[in-house]
Ligand binder design. Structure first.
Ligand SMILES: Cc1ncc(COP(=O)(O)O)c(C=O)c1O
Length: 388
C-alpha cells in the first residue's frame, strides 16, 4: 500500500463508492449495492435525486457564496418553512450537527443569564467539538481530550426522576435525543419526552431536543418530538436537511431568540446558498403524505425484522426508518455489517452489538425483502460459526 497522508481517525472499509442512483450505490469496480445507511441518515431521498440535483445545479450556476452580512431570501424562505413545520419561532443556520449543538449550548447559556448547567443523558451523542463532546454522555469519546467544558451533568436516559434529582439552581437546560442513534438506537419509555417537557416548563428550564439523526422525516414525522405533541425550546437539526450537502440548523423559541443579539454567534459558511436551495426542496418534498409513507414502510421493515425470529437477535427497536437490531454477544454487529457489504448491502452499527438500519425514504418492499433474506443468511452463518 502506498503511503497515504490521510489522517487515520476513521476505520474505513476498503470499498470505494464511485456513484449512486436512488437507493443504489456503485463501487469503483462497478459492483452494485443497496444503501440501507444513507451515509448515516443523510441521503434520505437517495442518490442523484433529480429534483434536488436540479436545485443544486441551478444555484451553482447563479451564486455560491456571499456571506451572512447580506440579505438571503433563500435562507428566509427555508427558515419560515422550518418554523412552520416545527412550531419553533426562529432558525440559525450552520454547516453540521455539531455546530447546531454548539449554537444550542450557547443560546441556552445566554438565555440562562448566569445559570449555565446543562443536563444530558448517558449514552447520548451530540458531536465532537468541545461543547458538543462535553454534552455527549458516552465517556469513550472523552478519552485523551480532557479537561472538557464545565457545566454538563449526565443522567440515565429514560429516567425523569434522575433529571429531577440533577436539577439545581444553576440548571439552564436539559438536552436529549428522542431516540439515541449513535448510542445504540435506544428508545426511551413512552412518556419520557412529555415528562421532560412538563418538568422543564415547571422549573423554568429549557428543553433542547437534538433531532440531528431523528429529524427531517426519519421517524415518519418532520421532527420526532411531534409524535408526542410537544414543543421544545431549542431543536438541533442537520444530516438529512440538505440530503448530503452540509447544512445544520438550530431552531429556537421567541423567548430564546430574544436573548441573541447581532454579533453573539455566527458562521462564514452557515446557510450556504447551494445547501439552502437544496434544503428548501427537501422540506417541500416532506409533506404529510410522504411522512405517512415513511411511517408505513418503516413498519413493514420493523415487522419483517421481528418475523426473522432469530435466536441471536436480542432486541429490535426504532421508529419509522431508524431501526436498531441488537444481537446477543456471540454475534458482532461489525461482522454482520462487513458481511452485508460483501453481499451488496450498506448498513451501519451503533456500538458492538447493534446493527443500525437507516434506509432511504424511497426504499420499497422489494429491497426490504432482499435485505431481510440476506441478513438472515448472514446471522445464521455467524451464529453457526460460533457454535462450531
Ligand atoms: C444526535 C446527533 N447529534 C449530533 C451529531 C453530530 O453531527 P455532525 O456529525 O454532523 O457534526 C450526530 C451525528 O451523528 C448525531 O447523531
Amino acid at each position: 500500500m502506498e503511503k497515504s497522508a490521510l489522517l487515520k481517525n476513521y476505520n474505513r472499509f476498503t470499498v470505494e463508492f464511485d456513484h449512486g442512483n436512488g437507493f443504489f450505490l456503485y463501487d469503483k469496480n462497478g459492483k452494485e449495492y443497496i444503501d440501507f445507511y444513507c451515509g448515516i441518515a443523510v441521503t434520505s431521498f437517495g442518490h442523484n435525486n433529480s429534483i434536488l440535483k436540479a436545485a443544486a445545479i441551478e444555484q451553482i450556476n447563479k451564486l455560491w457564496h456571499t456571506s451572512n452580512l447580506f440579505t438571503s431570501s433563500l435562507q428566509e424562505s427555508l427558515a419560515n418553512k422550518l418554523s412552520e413545520k416545527s412550531g419553533m419561532d426562529y432558525v440559525f443556520f450552520c454547516n453540521s450537527g455539531t455546530e447546531a449543538v454548539e449554537a444550542a449550548i450557547k443560546f441556552a447559556r445566554k438565555w440562562g443569564a448566569g445559570r449555565n448547567n446543562i443536563i444530558a443523558a448517558h449514552g447520548s451523542f451530540h458531536g465532537r467539538s468541545y461543547g458538543a463532546l462535553s454534552a455527549t454522555g458516552q465517556f469513550k469519546f472523552w478519552n485523551g481530550f480532557e479537561p472538557l467544558v464545565p457545566g454538563f451533568s449526565h443522567v440515565p436516559f429514560g429516567s425523569i426522576s434522575a433529571v429531577v434529582n440533577a436539577i439545581n439552581d444553576n440548571t439552564a437546560a436539559v438536552m436529549v435525543e428522542t431516540i439515541q442513534g449513535e448510542g445504540g438506537v435506544n428508545v426511551p419509555p413512552d412518556d419520557y419526552l412529555i415528562g421532560l417537557r412538563e418538568l422543564c416548563s415547571e422549573k423554568n428550564i429549557l428543553l433542547i431536543v437534538d433531532e440531528i439523526q431523528t429529524g427531517i422525516g426519519r421517524t415518519g414525522k418532520f421532527y420526532s418530538y411531534q409524535h408526542e405533541n410537544i414543543i421544545p425550546d431549542i431543536v438541533t437539526s442537520a444530516k438529512g436537511l440538505a440530503n448530503g450537502i452540509p447544512l445544520g440548523a438550530t431552531l429556537c423559541s421567541k423567548e430564546v431568540a430574544e436573548c441573541i443579539k447581532p454579533g453573539d454567534h455566527g458562521s462564514t459558511f452557515g446557510g450556504n446558498p447551494i445547501a439552502v436551495a437544496v434544503a428548501n426542496k427537501v422540506v417541500d418534498l416532506l409533506d404529510e403524505n410522504f411522512l405517512g409513507e415513511i411511517e408505513k414502510i418503516g413498519t413493514i421493515l420493523l415487522n419483517g425484522l421481528h418475523g426473522l425470529h432469530h435466536s441471536s437477535i436480542k432486541n429490535i427497536r426504532g421508529k419509522g426508518l431508524i431501526i436498531g437490531v441488537e444481537f446477543s454477544p456471540e454475534v458482532s454487529a461489525k461482522k454482520v455489517s462487513s458481511r452485508m457489504l460483501e453481499e451488496g448491502f450498506v448498513v451501519g452499527t451503533a456500538g458492538d452489538y447493534v446493527l443500525r438500519i437507516l434506509p432511504p425514504f424511497i426504499v420499497t418492499q422489494n429491497e426490504i425483502a432482499k435485505f431481510l433474506l440476506t441478513l438472515k443468511k448472514i446471522i445464521d452463518e455467524l451464529s453457526d460459526n460460533n457454535n462450531k
